[in-house]
Design a protein around this ligand. Structure first.
Ligand code: HGY
Ligand code: MN
Ligand code: MN
Length: 435
Protein backbone atom coordinates (compact mmCIF):
# COMPACT_ATOMS: atom_id res chain seq x y z
CA UNK A 1 0.00 0.00 0.00
CA UNK A 2 1.30 3.41 -0.95
CA UNK A 3 1.81 5.88 1.87
CA UNK A 4 -0.92 8.24 0.59
CA UNK A 5 -3.48 5.41 0.30
CA UNK A 6 -2.58 4.30 3.80
CA UNK A 7 -3.08 7.83 5.09
CA UNK A 8 -6.45 8.16 3.34
CA UNK A 9 -7.57 4.78 4.69
CA UNK A 10 -6.47 5.66 8.21
CA UNK A 11 -8.31 8.98 8.06
CA UNK A 12 -11.42 7.25 6.69
CA UNK A 13 -11.39 4.66 9.51
CA UNK A 14 -10.79 7.40 12.07
CA UNK A 15 -13.74 9.46 10.76
CA UNK A 16 -16.05 6.42 10.70
CA UNK A 17 -15.03 5.36 14.20
CA UNK A 18 -15.38 8.90 15.53
CA UNK A 19 -18.83 9.41 13.96
CA UNK A 20 -19.98 6.04 15.23
CA UNK A 21 -18.70 6.75 18.72
CA UNK A 22 -20.40 10.18 18.69
CA UNK A 23 -23.74 8.58 17.75
CA UNK A 24 -23.35 5.98 20.47
CA UNK A 25 -22.76 8.73 22.99
CA UNK A 26 -26.04 10.35 22.10
CA UNK A 27 -29.02 9.05 24.07
CA UNK A 28 -31.53 7.35 21.80
CA UNK A 29 -35.07 6.12 22.37
CA UNK A 30 -36.17 2.49 22.29
CA UNK A 31 -38.39 2.01 19.23
CA UNK A 32 -39.51 -1.48 20.28
CA UNK A 33 -40.77 -0.10 23.56
CA UNK A 34 -42.74 2.69 21.85
CA UNK A 35 -44.36 0.08 19.61
CA UNK A 36 -45.22 -2.13 22.61
CA UNK A 37 -46.81 0.81 24.38
CA UNK A 38 -48.80 1.78 21.27
CA UNK A 39 -50.10 -1.80 21.02
CA UNK A 40 -50.95 -1.93 24.73
CA UNK A 41 -52.74 1.44 24.65
CA UNK A 42 -54.77 0.35 21.61
CA UNK A 43 -56.57 -2.22 23.81
CA UNK A 44 -58.36 0.57 25.68
CA UNK A 45 -61.45 1.31 23.61
CA UNK A 46 -60.49 -1.08 20.82
CA UNK A 47 -63.12 -1.45 18.10
CA UNK A 48 -63.77 -4.30 15.65
CA UNK A 49 -62.37 -2.28 12.72
CA UNK A 50 -58.92 -2.23 14.31
CA UNK A 51 -58.94 1.30 15.67
CA UNK A 52 -60.18 2.79 18.92
CA UNK A 53 -63.20 4.69 20.18
CA UNK A 54 -61.57 6.19 23.23
CA UNK A 55 -63.58 9.39 23.37
CA UNK A 56 -62.70 11.77 26.17
CA UNK A 57 -64.18 10.95 29.59
CA UNK A 58 -65.40 7.47 28.53
CA UNK A 59 -64.52 4.38 30.55
CA UNK A 60 -61.90 3.55 27.89
CA UNK A 61 -60.34 6.99 28.26
CA UNK A 62 -60.23 6.68 32.04
CA UNK A 63 -58.60 3.23 31.80
CA UNK A 64 -56.16 4.39 29.10
CA UNK A 65 -55.13 7.36 31.22
CA UNK A 66 -54.46 5.04 34.14
CA UNK A 67 -52.23 2.93 31.88
CA UNK A 68 -50.18 5.90 30.64
CA UNK A 69 -49.95 7.33 34.17
CA UNK A 70 -48.28 4.03 35.16
CA UNK A 71 -45.79 4.44 32.29
CA UNK A 72 -45.08 7.98 33.39
CA UNK A 73 -44.33 6.84 36.91
CA UNK A 74 -41.99 4.14 35.60
CA UNK A 75 -40.24 6.88 33.63
CA UNK A 76 -39.39 8.59 36.93
CA UNK A 77 -41.94 11.38 36.68
CA UNK A 78 -43.81 12.80 39.67
CA UNK A 79 -47.47 12.95 38.73
CA UNK A 80 -50.33 15.28 39.39
CA UNK A 81 -53.70 15.82 37.71
CA UNK A 82 -54.54 19.50 37.28
CA UNK A 83 -57.99 21.06 37.64
CA UNK A 84 -58.74 20.42 33.94
CA UNK A 85 -57.83 16.73 34.20
CA UNK A 86 -54.49 17.10 32.38
CA UNK A 87 -51.97 14.54 33.67
CA UNK A 88 -48.67 16.30 34.33
CA UNK A 89 -45.50 14.31 35.06
CA UNK A 90 -42.52 16.32 36.24
CA UNK A 91 -38.83 15.59 36.59
CA UNK A 92 -36.81 18.28 38.33
CA UNK A 93 -33.74 19.73 36.66
CA UNK A 94 -30.41 20.61 38.23
CA UNK A 95 -31.25 24.35 38.31
CA UNK A 96 -34.42 24.97 40.33
CA UNK A 97 -34.69 28.52 38.99
CA UNK A 98 -35.26 27.49 35.36
CA UNK A 99 -38.69 27.17 33.69
CA UNK A 100 -39.88 23.76 32.51
CA UNK A 101 -39.49 22.25 29.07
CA UNK A 102 -42.91 20.74 28.35
CA UNK A 103 -43.64 17.89 25.93
CA UNK A 104 -46.73 15.74 25.42
CA UNK A 105 -49.99 15.25 23.54
CA UNK A 106 -53.37 13.54 24.12
CA UNK A 107 -54.72 9.98 24.24
CA UNK A 108 -58.43 10.61 23.70
CA UNK A 109 -59.72 9.78 20.22
CA UNK A 110 -62.57 10.72 17.92
CA UNK A 111 -65.39 8.16 17.71
CA UNK A 112 -64.07 5.42 15.39
CA UNK A 113 -60.53 6.77 15.51
CA UNK A 114 -57.09 5.23 15.02
CA UNK A 115 -54.20 4.14 17.23
CA UNK A 116 -51.68 6.90 16.49
CA UNK A 117 -53.37 10.34 16.69
CA UNK A 118 -52.17 11.81 19.99
CA UNK A 119 -50.84 8.46 21.16
CA UNK A 120 -47.52 8.76 19.29
CA UNK A 121 -46.82 12.15 20.85
CA UNK A 122 -47.92 11.04 24.32
CA UNK A 123 -45.97 7.78 24.33
CA UNK A 124 -43.06 9.44 22.49
CA UNK A 125 -42.84 12.09 25.23
CA UNK A 126 -42.95 9.42 27.96
CA UNK A 127 -40.23 7.52 26.06
CA UNK A 128 -38.05 10.65 26.11
CA UNK A 129 -38.42 10.82 29.92
CA UNK A 130 -37.73 7.07 30.24
CA UNK A 131 -34.63 7.39 28.04
CA UNK A 132 -33.25 10.30 30.05
CA UNK A 133 -33.79 8.31 33.23
CA UNK A 134 -32.22 5.08 31.92
CA UNK A 135 -29.27 6.84 30.37
CA UNK A 136 -28.66 8.95 33.43
CA UNK A 137 -29.08 12.30 31.71
CA UNK A 138 -29.91 15.12 34.11
CA UNK A 139 -31.30 18.24 32.46
CA UNK A 140 -30.76 21.72 33.81
CA UNK A 141 -34.45 22.55 33.22
CA UNK A 142 -37.34 20.66 34.74
CA UNK A 143 -39.04 18.37 32.21
CA UNK A 144 -42.83 18.09 32.16
CA UNK A 145 -44.71 15.44 30.22
CA UNK A 146 -48.38 16.36 29.75
CA UNK A 147 -51.26 14.16 28.65
CA UNK A 148 -53.90 16.73 27.77
CA UNK A 149 -57.56 16.08 28.59
CA UNK A 150 -60.22 16.01 25.85
CA UNK A 151 -58.22 17.23 22.87
CA UNK A 152 -60.76 15.98 20.37
CA UNK A 153 -63.63 17.86 22.00
CA UNK A 154 -61.93 21.19 21.25
CA UNK A 155 -58.47 21.18 22.94
CA UNK A 156 -60.23 21.46 26.30
CA UNK A 157 -57.29 20.64 28.59
CA UNK A 158 -54.85 22.95 26.84
CA UNK A 159 -57.49 25.70 26.67
CA UNK A 160 -57.78 25.49 30.46
CA UNK A 161 -53.98 25.53 30.77
CA UNK A 162 -53.82 28.89 28.99
CA UNK A 163 -56.69 30.22 31.12
CA UNK A 164 -59.16 30.56 28.25
CA UNK A 165 -61.65 27.76 28.92
CA UNK A 166 -64.85 29.73 29.41
CA UNK A 167 -67.24 28.54 32.14
CA UNK A 168 -70.00 28.14 29.50
CA UNK A 169 -67.86 25.54 27.72
CA UNK A 170 -68.13 23.27 30.77
CA UNK A 171 -71.80 22.72 29.96
CA UNK A 172 -71.14 21.35 26.46
CA UNK A 173 -72.13 17.73 25.94
CA UNK A 174 -69.35 15.35 24.85
CA UNK A 175 -69.36 12.05 22.95
CA UNK A 176 -69.03 10.24 26.28
CA UNK A 177 -72.57 11.33 27.27
CA UNK A 178 -71.11 13.52 30.01
CA UNK A 179 -70.82 17.30 29.93
CA UNK A 180 -67.25 18.61 29.93
CA UNK A 181 -67.80 19.55 33.58
CA UNK A 182 -68.84 16.02 34.62
CA UNK A 183 -66.17 14.51 32.38
CA UNK A 184 -63.40 16.56 33.97
CA UNK A 185 -64.65 15.44 37.37
CA UNK A 186 -64.65 11.79 36.22
CA UNK A 187 -60.97 11.97 35.28
CA UNK A 188 -59.90 13.52 38.56
CA UNK A 189 -60.03 17.22 37.68
CA UNK A 190 -61.81 19.99 39.54
CA UNK A 191 -64.11 21.89 37.14
CA UNK A 192 -65.32 24.22 39.89
CA UNK A 193 -61.78 25.54 40.18
CA UNK A 194 -60.79 25.29 36.52
CA UNK A 195 -58.73 28.49 36.77
CA UNK A 196 -56.20 26.60 38.86
CA UNK A 197 -55.13 24.74 35.72
CA UNK A 198 -53.77 27.98 34.25
CA UNK A 199 -50.00 28.18 33.71
CA UNK A 200 -48.01 31.37 33.39
CA UNK A 201 -45.49 32.11 30.60
CA UNK A 202 -42.69 32.41 33.16
CA UNK A 203 -43.18 28.75 34.14
CA UNK A 204 -42.51 27.38 30.67
CA UNK A 205 -39.33 27.49 28.61
CA UNK A 206 -40.96 25.80 25.61
CA UNK A 207 -43.59 23.28 24.54
CA UNK A 208 -42.80 20.71 21.83
CA UNK A 209 -45.35 18.20 20.55
CA UNK A 210 -44.65 15.14 18.43
CA UNK A 211 -47.64 14.06 16.31
CA UNK A 212 -48.54 12.06 13.25
CA UNK A 213 -49.07 14.26 10.20
CA UNK A 214 -52.63 12.99 9.55
CA UNK A 215 -52.22 13.98 5.88
CA UNK A 216 -50.28 12.44 3.00
CA UNK A 217 -47.55 15.01 2.32
CA UNK A 218 -44.66 13.27 4.14
CA UNK A 219 -45.69 9.77 3.06
CA UNK A 220 -46.07 10.70 -0.62
CA UNK A 221 -42.82 12.65 -0.77
CA UNK A 222 -40.92 10.07 1.30
CA UNK A 223 -39.80 12.61 3.91
CA UNK A 224 -39.02 11.49 7.47
CA UNK A 225 -39.91 14.54 9.55
CA UNK A 226 -42.29 17.46 9.14
CA UNK A 227 -41.28 20.71 10.82
CA UNK A 228 -44.59 22.43 11.51
CA UNK A 229 -44.68 26.14 10.67
CA UNK A 230 -48.25 26.81 11.77
CA UNK A 231 -51.45 25.17 12.91
CA UNK A 232 -54.87 25.92 11.45
CA UNK A 233 -57.58 27.66 13.40
CA UNK A 234 -60.79 25.72 13.94
CA UNK A 235 -64.21 27.25 14.55
CA UNK A 236 -67.30 25.20 15.31
CA UNK A 237 -70.98 26.14 15.19
CA UNK A 238 -74.22 24.37 15.98
CA UNK A 239 -76.61 25.31 13.20
CA UNK A 240 -80.31 24.94 13.99
CA UNK A 241 -82.85 24.98 11.19
CA UNK A 242 -86.51 25.38 12.12
CA UNK A 243 -89.17 23.93 9.81
CA UNK A 244 -92.69 22.72 10.48
CA UNK A 245 -93.24 19.06 11.40
CA UNK A 246 -96.17 17.55 9.57
CA UNK A 247 -97.58 14.31 8.20
CA UNK A 248 -95.33 12.91 5.46
CA UNK A 249 -98.26 11.27 3.67
CA UNK A 250 -100.92 13.95 3.67
CA UNK A 251 -98.87 17.13 3.24
CA UNK A 252 -98.45 17.91 -0.47
CA UNK A 253 -94.94 18.66 -1.67
CA UNK A 254 -95.74 22.33 -2.25
CA UNK A 255 -96.99 22.89 1.32
CA UNK A 256 -93.95 21.79 3.26
CA UNK A 257 -91.42 23.64 5.36
CA UNK A 258 -88.95 20.81 5.54
CA UNK A 259 -85.90 21.51 7.74
CA UNK A 260 -84.04 18.52 6.31
CA UNK A 261 -84.32 19.83 2.78
CA UNK A 262 -82.83 23.15 3.88
CA UNK A 263 -80.08 21.25 5.68
CA UNK A 264 -79.27 19.35 2.47
CA UNK A 265 -79.05 22.56 0.45
CA UNK A 266 -76.96 24.14 3.18
CA UNK A 267 -74.53 21.21 3.24
CA UNK A 268 -73.99 21.49 -0.51
CA UNK A 269 -73.54 25.26 -0.20
CA UNK A 270 -70.85 24.85 2.51
CA UNK A 271 -68.86 22.59 0.22
CA UNK A 272 -69.34 24.85 -2.80
CA UNK A 273 -68.24 27.99 -0.94
CA UNK A 274 -65.10 26.41 0.56
CA UNK A 275 -64.19 24.92 -2.83
CA UNK A 276 -64.80 28.01 -4.92
CA UNK A 277 -62.46 30.38 -3.03
CA UNK A 278 -58.73 30.36 -3.76
CA UNK A 279 -56.67 29.03 -0.80
CA UNK A 280 -56.48 26.03 1.53
CA UNK A 281 -59.58 26.72 3.65
CA UNK A 282 -61.82 23.76 4.46
CA UNK A 283 -65.40 23.65 5.70
CA UNK A 284 -67.36 20.61 6.81
CA UNK A 285 -70.80 19.53 7.96
CA UNK A 286 -69.89 16.48 10.04
CA UNK A 287 -72.96 15.75 12.12
CA UNK A 288 -76.68 16.02 11.56
CA UNK A 289 -79.74 15.31 13.69
CA UNK A 290 -83.32 15.59 12.45
CA UNK A 291 -86.31 15.93 14.76
CA UNK A 292 -88.53 14.17 15.43
CA UNK A 293 -86.53 11.71 13.26
CA UNK A 294 -89.21 9.38 11.87
CA UNK A 295 -89.71 8.16 8.29
CA UNK A 296 -93.30 9.36 8.23
CA UNK A 297 -92.80 12.86 9.68
CA UNK A 298 -91.52 15.89 7.76
CA UNK A 299 -88.54 17.10 9.85
CA UNK A 300 -89.52 20.10 11.94
CA UNK A 301 -86.03 20.78 13.14
CA UNK A 302 -82.48 19.92 12.13
CA UNK A 303 -79.36 20.57 14.16
CA UNK A 304 -76.07 20.18 12.31
CA UNK A 305 -72.43 21.00 12.93
CA UNK A 306 -70.41 23.46 10.87
CA UNK A 307 -66.62 23.52 11.05
CA UNK A 308 -64.33 26.03 9.26
CA UNK A 309 -60.51 25.80 9.25
CA UNK A 310 -57.70 27.93 7.86
CA UNK A 311 -54.25 29.22 8.79
CA UNK A 312 -55.57 32.79 8.52
CA UNK A 313 -58.22 33.99 10.99
CA UNK A 314 -59.51 36.66 8.58
CA UNK A 315 -60.02 34.01 5.91
CA UNK A 316 -62.06 31.90 8.34
CA UNK A 317 -64.33 34.90 8.90
CA UNK A 318 -64.70 35.45 5.14
CA UNK A 319 -65.69 31.81 4.62
CA UNK A 320 -68.16 31.91 7.51
CA UNK A 321 -69.72 35.16 6.29
CA UNK A 322 -70.26 33.65 2.83
CA UNK A 323 -71.82 30.53 4.35
CA UNK A 324 -74.08 32.63 6.57
CA UNK A 325 -75.24 34.73 3.61
CA UNK A 326 -76.12 31.57 1.70
CA UNK A 327 -78.01 30.21 4.72
CA UNK A 328 -80.05 33.43 4.82
CA UNK A 329 -81.09 32.84 1.20
CA UNK A 330 -82.10 29.23 1.87
CA UNK A 331 -84.00 30.28 4.99
CA UNK A 332 -85.90 32.88 2.99
CA UNK A 333 -86.71 30.62 0.05
CA UNK A 334 -87.91 27.70 2.18
CA UNK A 335 -89.31 29.59 5.17
CA UNK A 336 -86.97 27.73 7.51
CA UNK A 337 -85.04 30.11 9.80
CA UNK A 338 -81.39 29.29 10.57
CA UNK A 339 -79.64 30.03 13.89
CA UNK A 340 -75.86 29.83 14.24
CA UNK A 341 -74.34 29.30 17.68
CA UNK A 342 -70.55 29.33 17.84
CA UNK A 343 -69.17 26.81 20.32
CA UNK A 344 -66.91 28.09 23.10
CA UNK A 345 -64.07 25.76 22.16
CA UNK A 346 -62.96 27.25 18.85
CA UNK A 347 -59.20 27.54 18.31
CA UNK A 348 -57.38 30.34 16.56
CA UNK A 349 -54.59 29.68 14.01
CA UNK A 350 -51.12 29.63 15.55
CA UNK A 351 -47.68 29.97 13.97
CA UNK A 352 -44.97 27.93 15.69
CA UNK A 353 -41.79 29.48 17.08
CA UNK A 354 -39.23 30.00 14.28
CA UNK A 355 -36.28 29.27 16.57
CA UNK A 356 -37.86 25.95 17.51
CA UNK A 357 -38.45 25.19 13.84
CA UNK A 358 -34.70 25.61 13.29
CA UNK A 359 -33.80 23.51 16.35
CA UNK A 360 -36.12 20.69 15.23
CA UNK A 361 -34.78 20.76 11.65
CA UNK A 362 -31.17 20.71 12.93
CA UNK A 363 -31.91 17.82 15.30
CA UNK A 364 -33.46 15.83 12.44
CA UNK A 365 -30.54 16.54 10.09
CA UNK A 366 -28.04 15.43 12.73
CA UNK A 367 -29.95 12.14 12.87
CA UNK A 368 -29.71 11.96 9.04
CA UNK A 369 -33.45 12.37 8.66
CA UNK A 370 -34.98 14.35 5.80
CA UNK A 371 -37.27 17.28 6.71
CA UNK A 372 -39.94 19.47 5.23
CA UNK A 373 -41.41 22.65 6.64
CA UNK A 374 -45.20 22.36 6.48
CA UNK A 375 -48.48 23.61 7.92
CA UNK A 376 -50.79 21.50 10.07
CA UNK A 377 -54.32 21.06 8.79
CA UNK A 378 -55.25 19.32 12.02
CA UNK A 379 -55.74 21.07 15.32
CA UNK A 380 -53.44 20.41 18.28
CA UNK A 381 -52.98 21.30 21.93
CA UNK A 382 -49.81 23.02 20.71
CA UNK A 383 -51.85 25.84 19.15
CA UNK A 384 -53.28 26.76 22.54
CA UNK A 385 -49.99 26.43 24.43
CA UNK A 386 -48.43 28.71 21.78
CA UNK A 387 -50.24 31.57 23.57
CA UNK A 388 -48.08 31.12 26.69
CA UNK A 389 -44.83 29.48 25.54
CA UNK A 390 -42.57 29.18 22.50
CA UNK A 391 -44.06 26.15 20.75
CA UNK A 392 -42.83 23.68 18.16
CA UNK A 393 -44.27 20.59 16.49
CA UNK A 394 -42.64 17.54 14.94
CA UNK A 395 -44.64 15.50 12.40
CA UNK A 396 -44.02 11.90 11.35
CA UNK A 397 -45.63 10.28 8.29
CA UNK A 398 -49.16 8.87 8.26
CA UNK A 399 -49.36 6.05 5.72
CA UNK A 400 -51.73 7.04 2.91
CA UNK A 401 -52.61 10.22 4.81
CA UNK A 402 -55.40 8.36 6.65
CA UNK A 403 -56.38 9.65 10.09
CA UNK A 404 -59.43 9.89 12.37
CA UNK A 405 -60.16 6.39 11.06
CA UNK A 406 -59.21 2.83 12.07
CA UNK A 407 -56.75 2.48 9.18
CA UNK A 408 -54.52 5.26 10.56
CA UNK A 409 -50.94 3.90 10.59
CA UNK A 410 -47.39 5.08 11.32
CA UNK A 411 -44.44 2.67 11.25
CA UNK A 412 -42.32 1.82 14.28
CA UNK A 413 -39.30 3.36 12.57
CA UNK A 414 -41.11 6.64 11.95
CA UNK A 415 -42.36 6.78 15.55
CA UNK A 416 -38.81 6.16 16.80
CA UNK A 417 -37.44 8.81 14.42
CA UNK A 418 -39.95 11.34 15.72
CA UNK A 419 -39.22 10.51 19.37
CA UNK A 420 -35.47 10.80 18.74
CA UNK A 421 -35.97 14.22 17.16
CA UNK A 422 -38.09 15.19 20.19
CA UNK A 423 -35.35 13.96 22.53
CA UNK A 424 -32.62 15.87 20.68
CA UNK A 425 -34.83 18.97 20.57
CA UNK A 426 -35.29 18.82 24.35
CA UNK A 427 -31.53 18.43 24.82
CA UNK A 428 -30.83 21.37 22.51
CA UNK A 429 -33.32 23.61 24.38
CA UNK A 430 -31.73 22.52 27.65
CA UNK A 431 -28.28 23.45 26.29
CA UNK A 432 -29.54 26.96 25.67
CA UNK A 433 -30.10 26.85 21.90
CA UNK A 434 -33.50 28.52 22.23
CA UNK A 435 -32.23 32.04 22.34
O1 HGY B 1 -59.73 17.79 14.84
C1 HGY B 1 -58.50 17.92 14.81
O2 HGY B 1 -57.91 18.49 13.93
C2 HGY B 1 -57.67 17.29 15.85
O3 HGY B 1 -57.33 16.01 15.45
N1 HGY B 1 -58.25 17.33 17.12
MN1 MN C 1 -57.44 14.05 16.14
MN1 MN D 1 -54.23 14.70 17.75
Amino acid sequence: MRATSFLVLTLFVAVVVTTDAADKNQPAVNGDRIQQHITALSKFGTNPEGGVSRVAFSEADIAGRKYVAGLMQEAGLTLRTDAAGNIIGRREGSNAKLPAIMIGSHIDSVPGGGNYDGDVGSLGAIEVAQTLKEQGVRLKHPLEVVIFADEEGGTVGSFAMIGRLQPAALDLMTHSGKTIRDGIRAIGGDPDNIRQAQRMPAELKAYVELHIEQGAILDESDIDIGVVEGIVGIRWWDVTIEGVPNHAGTTPMNRRRDAMLSAAEFTLAVNRIATSMPGRQVATVGRIRAEPGAPNVIPGKVVLSLEVRDLDAAKMTTVYDAIHAEADKIAQARQTPFTFTQLKVSSEPAPTDERLQRIIAKAASALKLSTKVMPSGAGHDAQEIAHIAPTGMIFVPSVGGISHAPKEFTSQQDMANGANVLLQTVLAIDRGELR
